[in-house]
Design a protein around this ligand. Sequence first.
Ligand code: PHE
Length: 342
Amino acid sequence: MIEEMMKKIEAVRDEAMKEVAFVSDAGSAEKWRVKYLGRKGAVPALLTEMGSLEAAERPVIGRQINDLKVVLTDEIERCIGSFAKMGQESAIARERIDITLPGRVIIPGNRHPIRQTMDYVVDIFTGMGFSVFEGPEIESDYYNFEALNVPKDHPARDMQDTFYVDGDSLLRTHTSPVQIHVMESHRPPVFMIAPGAVYRRDSDVSHSPMFYQVEGLMVDEHITFKDLKGVLTTFCRKVFGEKHGVRFRPSFFPFTEPSAEVDISCVMCGGTGCRVCKMSGWMEILGCGMVDPEVFKAVKYDPKKLTGFAFGVGIDRVAMLLYGINDIRLFYENDLRFLEQF
Ligand code: PHE
């Protein structure tokens, strides 16, 4: 009898050890444990079989069964422990950070030099109390020309070579049409500026087919040329510094009378004359003048009661002077080597 029991114990051990080799995860470990160590498992079954043994044989077999139980328990615990370790190792492998790799450089973007100049100019005028308006870039002939006292066939239309979209619509050649929109929809007084893109058929070192202007308009009773000079001189000094020379030179625009162009002393040579200012010592940055009564009539403002002045600043020109750039096309080529310098 005792031999038979010992063989059975051996057989259970062999089978359990063979099967434990196939245990590969928590689920199969639990199945194995139930099969051998569970309440109805093979090891407890051996214990019940002990009933048929002689009293003297029982302690011997009992000890052997107990030993088996300890061995199998150790075995399955070792097994489960190794899964946990493997899981942890693969997680570590997956999450490993290679601190020897070079870092990824983040290159922050910044505003385009034209946009920076635009924001700077707009800030100066809003600081003086002007409000900002915008208008469409595709305009009708009426807003771009007619309402600004440039009738059809007027020679002044040649000053600005126009891109036509179709019969009556065109790409605005200046921001002055925004003056008309604002006066049509607002009662005086009007203190406005209008920044935006404008288009002309023109392209060389100092002309681009698309460029930027900031329009300005100040209309009220008793506005005089003195106000125009005060506002625009202040503007020039703020942009270029107190020491810069500012000059008002008589000019012509159909929508202003009298008209002037404003020059500042050349930022390259300081006024002594160089290639950039064509030896004149001066550089033009804006056009301006007192609003022509014909323009007031077009927007149904009373020219007997109201006066005002208008101006248009070339933003690209200001940017070229501020940054010392002698070719306007650099602004529009999107060459990062150029743009990164701002
Ligand atoms: N619109 C003119 C231009 O583009 C500039 C200007 C604006 C002149 C307002 C006088 C008054 O050249």
